[in-house]
Design a protein around this ligand. Structure first.
Ligand code: ADP
Ligand code: MG
Length: 174
């Protein structure tokens, strides 16, 4: 299979961590739409949202998604990339989409353990666990809809990588 792999899921589910490890195993390039956004604008997500609103941020994110999609690449996406029907259609048509699922409790635990790693403006202004649960509930259907494969991402990163490889290459000896 020589096509882009898209990692989707909520903030903190491990798209960057697992995506990077997966790319290493497959010998694929790795790219992260959040990281690319930072590199192309010199601004954090919070700064872009403050200046251009979520609409401006989403437009930039879609541009980056299409520009990084070429060849053997693992693309870690932003948690909200699936909100756009165009992005969902693009990812399904151009590659294989992997949804990393983790519960709101698990996501909250990770984001509280490493709060500085992924600073995002609050979407709702509510306490973290409530906001995560609410955002997950609103997006779950879209993650499921866009995914070719759904993986339990609450296990350690290496286990998640193995599970993804088994789903992608079921006939390969492990
Ligand atoms: P995302 O890119 O989906 O927002 P990250 O890969 O940045 O998620 O992971 C968020 C935080 O959770 C990081 O601190 C990372 O080390 C940790 N993490 C990621 N995957 C796992 C996992 N499977 N088990 C435990 N911690 C994880
Ligand atoms: Mg990430």
């Amino acid at each position: 299979m020589t096509q882009p792999l898209f990692m989707v899921g909520a903030r903190g589910c491990g798209k960057t961590t697992v995506g990077q490890a997966l790319a290493r195993v497959l010998g694929y390039a790795f790219t992260d739409t959040d990281e690319m956004l930072w590199r192309s604008t010199g601004k954090t997500v919070a700064e872009i949202v403050a200046r251009e609103g979520w609409t401006g941020f989403r437009a930039r994110e879609s541009e980056i998604l299409t520009s990084v999609t070429q060849g053997n690449v693992v693309v870690a996406t932003g948690g909200g990339i699936i909100l756009s029907a165009a992005n969902r259609g693009f990812m399904r048509a151009r590659g294989t989409v992997v949804y990393l699922y983790a519960s709101a409790q698990e996501l909250s635990r990770r984001l509280q353990a490493y709060p500085e790693e992924d600073q995002r403006p609050s979407l709702t202004g509510k306490p973290m666990i409530e906001e995560i649960a609410e955002v997950l509930a609103a997006r779950e259907k879209l993650y499921q809809e866009v995914a070719h494969h759904v993986l339990d991402a609450s296990r350690p990163p290496d286990d998640v990588v193995c599970a993804i490889l088994q789903q992608l290459y079921p006939s390969a000896a492990s």
